[in-house]
Design a protein around this ligand. Structure first.
Ligand SMILES: *Cc1c(COP(=O)(O)O)cnc(C)c1O
Length: 491
């Protein structure tokens, strides 16, 4: 067949059209991002669903430009833009340009990191970055690890290794101790690993949402008394809601005395590894048996980019299975499939590599410092604002708060109804998103509805946040006004 019939495969006749196509696509998305006026248009799911449903997938356009025009309608116009300074909702970061360059290259070459003969230098680059990360963590000379798809997979793999190392006769007796503020992927992992439904024990946290080491020691003793086996302690370095960092040195002490495997979930807090001013907040992490880092949370990397790092590389063998076509036992070539839960695997490491080679680690750490500084100023702003109540002060870049009606002592007693306040906060969040002006997250604190800023964009200013607070106050006040006017039924 002549190559003209294969215009979309790489060959010497399509090189120019590949370059044009990519330039066109990147140009359009760059313009689109530059034009974005809010983080989201607020479009309703059913309207977008209709647009997407009407596309006939069996009638190709046979023209990348036409497909990009269509994409504008079904995706780009209404996408959620983390680059926007008033995107303040979840743990998503704007991405740095060297990482985007890496993304374009890694998908074009399409290396697969399972074996040397599908990757060559890519395998060595990933290994250098694992070594670099392990050295930043201070895990010692035997450390090793592997890139993963995200913190969920990193936590799962770490807990798999911990389970295998526990070598318990009865899996039903295995327990994982994590603070009540730990990430839900710990529970999900326990389920996937075949542990009992009650295997994850919530260790109480203090007022600042940090695991209490005395409570941890007490729980471990209770496990022993009840003939349960502590398979792992999961400390969180940066809880998703509160940005709290569990007291790592004290927890490491408890683990050292009791022999428990210490996993540190630093999916969010890993940015501190490169912070010029806050690295000390991770002190104690060097005593972990395994660590989760999410470069796509606090290193400004595109999804996906995460890693699980272990103190003793030998324990990665628990993820090793043999396939004649992949890892012949005699081969002395580097082989990452033996360390990973995945087989075919993206060269995500390239994004971090180019980021470090172009910008350097300090520059990333400075960006992370900026958002942590801003979150501190936002916390102070809220603490001095009678319209809001603020929860525990974050060590990272989240701020949990809620709207309160003005002057509750003097006002209508209806206004102090906690359910009404919950609904007003939920409404304000939803109305804000629908307005397209800003996006914030919601969460529960002690059963009550709160709002949450997750600040990961160094372009966000205090003025942006002040504007969002005014909008929240306006939406919540309107809602309560309507409710007290008698249109909303009391719960
Ligand atoms: C986000 C997060 C995870 C999960 O990571 P993904 O990359 O979303 O899979 C795990 N732990 C913590 C503390 C997180 O914030």
């Amino acid at each position: 067949m002549p190559s003209a019939a294969r215009p979309y495969l790489f060959n010497d006749r399509t090189v120019d059209s590949y370059r044009d196509c990519l330039t066109e696509g990147i140009g359009r998305v760059a313009d689109r991002i530059a034009r974005v006026r809010g983080p989201f248009t607020g479009i309703a799911p059913d309207r977008l669903a209709t647009e997407i449903a009407r596309i006939d997938l069996d009638r190709p356009l046979r023209d990348p430009r036409a497909a990009l025009d269509e994409l504008e309608e079904v995706y780009l116009r209404d996408a959620v833009y983390f680059h926007h300074p008033r995107y303040l909702a979840h743990l998503n970061c704007p991405v740095v340009i060297p990482a985007l360059l890496g993304e374009a290259i890694l998908t074009a070459v399409n290396s697969s990191l399972d074996t040397w003969d599908q990757s060559a230098g890519a395998t060595l680059i990933e290994r250098r970055l694992i070594e670099w990360t392990a050295a930043r963590l201070g895990l010692g000379p035997a450390a090793d690890g592997v890139f993963t798809s995200g913190g969920t997979q990193s936590n799962l793999q770490a807990l798999l290794l911990a389970r295998e190392e526990a070598r318990a006769a009865e899996p039903g007796r295995l327990r994982v101790l994590a603070s009540e503020a730990a990430h839900f992927s710990v529970q999900k992992s326990a389920k996937l690993l075949g542990l009992d439904p009650g295997a994850v024990v919530a260790v109480p946290a203090d007022r600042d949402r940090r695991m209490r080491p005395d409570a941890l020691a007490w729980e471990i003793e209770r496990c022993w008394r009840e003939d349960e086996v502590v398979m792992a302690v999961v400390a969180t370095a940066g809880t998703t809601d509160f940005g709290s960092i569990d007291p790592l040195p004290e927890i490491a002490d408890v683990c050292a005395v009791t022999g428990a495997w210490l996993h540190v979930d630093a999916a969010y807090g890993c940015g501190l590894l490169v912070s010029p001013t806050r690295r000390h907040l991770l002190d104690g992490i060097e005593r972990a048996d395994s660590v989760t880092v999410d470069f796509h949370k606090s290193f400004f990397q595109p999804v996906s980019s995460s890693a699980v790092i272990v103190r003793d590389g030998a324990c990665l063998r628990h993820a090793t299975y043999h396939a004649d076509y992949l890892n012949p036992a005699t081969a002395r070539v580097p082989n990452q499939v033996d360390k990973s839960l995945q087989t075919t695997r993206r060269f995500d490491a390239l994004k971090l590599w180019l980021t470090l080679r172009v910008m350097g680690a300090e520059a990333i750490g400075e960006l992370f410092d900026e958002v942590v500084d801003l979150a501190g100023r936002v916390w102070e702003l809220l603490a001095g604002d009678p319209r809001f109540e603020v929860a525990a002060r974050s060590q990272l870049s989240t701020v949990v708060f809620r709207w309160l009606p003005a002057d509750p002592d003097l006002a209508d007693p209806d206004l102090t109804d906690p359910d009404l306040i919950d609904r007003a906060n939920r409404h304000a969040r939803q109305a804000l998103g629908a307005s397209g002006r800003a996006m914030v997250a919601g969460t529960k604190v002690d059963g009550r509805q709160y709002l949450k800023f997750t600040i990961l964009n160094p372009e966000t200013t205090l003025e942006d946040v002040a504007e969002v607070l005014d909008l929240i106050d306006r939406f919540a006040t309107e809602f309560v006004g309507d409710a007290v006017g008698g249109t909303v039924v009391r719960v």
